[in-house]
Every structure is written in C-alpha cells, then in structure tokens.
Ligand binder design. Structure first.
Ligand code: AMP
Length: 219
C-alpha cells in the first residue's frame, strides 16, 4: 500500500505518518526529514536547501524529486510507503507519477488532513521530537508518557526545529496555499483524495485514516 499525506504545516502529517507506517509495516518518506539530514551532514543538497528551509520557502522541485525518486526505487519501499510532505507542487506530483510508472507502482490513497489556519501556529510552535528516533511530540497535545523520556525508544534528548517559529510559519502557510493546495483538485480529479478532519484529537485522526485504508471514506 502506497500513501500520500497532504496538508498544511502543523496538520499532523508526520505524527500520523509515523503511526500508520508502524501499524502497516510501511516506510515513512518525509522529504523534510531527508532535507534536514542533508543540511546536518553538509552535503551539496543540504548546502543548497539550508537557506530556503530557514526562510520557510520550498526547495526546488528538481532537488526533492531526485531525492524521492532515489528512495522509492530502494528495496525497502517495495513493501509500501507513506509520503509525508511530498509532493508539494503540481510539478512534483507529475514527476512522482512518472517515477511510480517507471517502478510499476501506484498511489492507493491521498489522505488530506484538513486543519484551520488559526490552529496551525499553536500546533507548530509547541512541537518537538526525539533526537534518537524522531518520534514526534507536542507541549500541549502529545507529551511523552514519562516526562523527558521518549515513549518509542526511551531516549532522553529532544529537539525543536529551527523553522518552527511564528515568522517562518506564516511563510510556510503562504507556500502551502499558493503551491501545494492546487494538489487537492489534482488528486480529487483522479479519485484518490480522502479528506480527514485533522482538527480532531490525535487518536481520532488515526481512526479516521484507518477507516480510509479499510475502504471507507473518501470522495
Ligand atoms: P516539513 O518537514 O515537511 O515541514 O518540511 C520542512 C521544509 O523542507 C519545508 O518548509 C521546505 O523548505 C522543505 N521541503 C520539504 N519537503 C519539500 C518538498 N516536497 N518540496 C519543496 N520543499 C520541501
């Protein structure tokens, strides 16, 4: 099963992608995580992407498409994957279709997580993740069960993203509405779009997504 999770920054794509990937044995492919790893490693891609990411704008289509094309062709993706944060432009979606065709693959569901813009700033400014395993948390909505200890791996070190600040969030939201929202009609026309209410509580969103994967929901 191959999935795309679509939605604005802070909608919960990463949190839900981690859960669904773990539950179904899928590989989570987050272009944001891959780009952050490239920045941290100081690779050529990382050097090109760093300033763009810090400003909250989109990295160029050719860079992200090349990264995803390379990952999707990997043997671990043959058992299914969740794309989280990609595609983000119509050009990326078209390039993805070509890559999938070339690998004899298809997307089963495009899960759209709908969230009010007003809620996104609070969601984004409270989030943090485990340094060791990347598990996602939030100051208000999703704290570790034991304070300071990662539920998933027991790690004790957490990190907040540099681009999770009010100023950059506004730019990221504008980029979403201008460049990514046109993907909604793109996938709706293909009969693949499955909206879920991203304003619901985290477990309830997971249940809605599971219902979609079981064959319910969608438009
Ligand atoms: P995310 O972790 O998905 O919020 O992505 C963080 C940042 O990485 C974004 O604000 C962009 O600068 C960049 N990025 C991630 N995925 C993409 C993509 N598919 N296309 C362009 N830029 C991306």
């Amino acid at each position: 099963m191959n999935l795309i999770f679509l939605g604005p920054p802070g909608a919960g794509k990463g949190t839900q992608a981690q859960r669904v990937a773990a539950a179904h044995g899928l590989v989570q492919l987050s272009t944001g995580d891959m780009l952050r790893a490239a920045v941290a490693a100081g690779t050529e891609v990382g050097l090109k992407a760093k300033a763009v990411m810090e400003a909250g704008e989109l990295v160029s289509d050719d860079i992200v498409v090349a990264i995803v094309a390379d990952r999707i062709a990997g043997p671990d993706c043959a058992g299914g994957f969740v794309l989280d944060g990609f595609p983000r432009t119509v050009a990326q979606a078209e390039a993805l279709d070509t890559v999938l065709d070339g690998n004899g693959m298809r997307i089963d569901h495009v899960v759209e997580m709908t969230v009010d813009d007003d809620a996104l700033v609070e969601r984004i400014s409270g989030r943090f993740s485990c340094v060791a395993c990347g598990a996602a948390y939030h100051d208000r909505f999703n704290r570790p069960k034991v304070e300071g200890v990662c539920d998933a791996c027991g790690g004790g070190e957490f990190v907040r993203r540099e681009d999770d600040n009010a100023e950059t969030v506004a730019t990221r939201l504008r980029a979403y509405h201008a460049q990514t929202a046109p993907l909604l009609p793109y996938y709706r026309e293909r009969g693949a779009l499955r909206p879920v209410d991203g304003m619901a509580e985290i477990d309830a969103v997971t249940r809605q997504i599971e219902a979609v994967l079981d064959g319910g929901g969608g438009d």
